[in-house]
Design a protein around this ligand. Sequence first.
Ligand SMILES: [Zn+2]
Length: 260
Amino acid sequence: MGLICNRIERHEIKPGDHLYTYRAVFTYSHHGIFVGGSKVVHFRPDRNFKSITETSSNFNDPPPTPCPTFPDCGFRQPNSGVVLSCLDCFLRNGSLYRFEYGVSPTLFLTRIRGGTCTTALPDPPETVIHRAMYLLQNGFGNYDVFQNNCEDFAMYCKTGLLIVEKQGVGRSGQASSAIGAPLAAMLSSPLKLLMPSPVGIATVTAGMYCVSRYATDIGVRSDVIKVGVEDLAVNLGWNCSDAEEEEVVQDENSTSLITI
Ligand SMILES: [Zn+2]
């Protein structure tokens, strides 16, 4: 595996992996959890929700076309943005990458582009798959590019970690690298050589600033908690009146504070 590139081949995928691919010629990445059987569970804007994403054409998927391979491809609950797709439909001919977990802080800082790795440790594959399938049935709230996007969904499934304070910056590298870096710091850093143009800084497509991204990595933040997937609706304040009636399978760590 290369230092910068997490690209993998299909035969290397394992159930519980956090996969991603680039859409719209590398302008943004789309993330999901591989649950086995050539299926990926991922989170995308629900067209029934009014949200910031509706004004951003980059983040809107085109209307789904019938899948020739799997009849249940594209399955989702009404009003939920969590979707089950086959790997082909998830990738849409894009390249396949695997998000890395448990990387060292040094390696993390060498990454140029946000949203490819984290220092946070992953949970066992069966736990990851359980969270993804549970959220497929119960939803993951409203899609929001900066507070709750496809990368946040996949990272939550892998780690169970949530940031408890709303600070206007999302959990994921994709959002924090887009808005986290002051212009002056960007221009004074060696990374300016990698920037296409100063104009690009203001866009989601050109956010690259490793140090500020490190500050919001869920692996090093002190304001993250481990939340059981069955408790997610309560912790995020979603209006989910039937949450209490769901079966409660809570692991013993689900409410303990992570102290780093
Ligand atoms: Zn499909």
